[in-house]
Design a protein around this ligand. Sequence first.
Ligand code: IPE
Ligand code: IPE
Ligand code: MG
Length: 228
Amino acid sequence: MTKLPLHIAIIMDGNGRWAQKRSLPRNAGHRAGVKAIERTLDACIKFNIKYVTFYAFSTENWKREKSEINGIFNLLRDYLKENPEYFKEKGISVRHIGEISPFPQDLKDELLKIEKSTNKNNSLIMTLALNYGGRDEIVRAVNAIIKKDKKEITYKDIEKNLDTSFLPEPDLVIRTSGENRLSNFMMLQIAYSELYFPKVLWPDFDEKQLKKALKVYSKRERRFGGTK
Ligand code: IPE
Ligand code: IPE
Ligand code: MG
């Protein structure tokens, strides 16, 4: 493949439907979804992707049943707890975007611990979007700017105060499960990203699916408002 994305951002959707199809509880779908994250990370390393971001919990996902929400938190906590060796071996740096203060302490502890210990790794930057919403992020950024007593701002000021200030803009956004929407994901950062909506449910996503996405991306023509 000639043209690879530097940053892939993934809206992991379809866990619930995957479980429903098997008459399993929704959290079984989320568990299978974590396995898909593991496969996707392996595939990103194989294809030499430098940045991958996973939308794991949105600011709107608090509307779900408490048991489902807690199930997701426990899965995330265990995932971070169980994989430090893997992150170290593969040179993966774990980061997050989103406002994690309302999360359970044990999840926050694991997250901050793994972020600290993988801080210097730079083969692949894996970012988890946690209690993340594009609108919430913009409001927090603007409030941070106001606190600095700025009277007039540029887009650069906004960019610098977004959670994503350490990331390049996504080149490719993948949303699984056949839904063609963004659900409040990186509203500013994906202004010029290529969007790809495969039908596959997230727990079934694998190396083959990623390869397909990369192939689609390599054929897209990006213009950024210019001419060819
Ligand atoms: C995505 O799968 C996972 C999260 C939002 C945490 P869903 O749980 O939204 O799955 P569907 O859309 O109900 O199939
Ligand atoms: C988007 O999926 C959020 C995440 C993948 C974390 P949702 O399933 O929550 O989105 P909607 O409700 O279908 O738009
Ligand atoms: Mg969904």
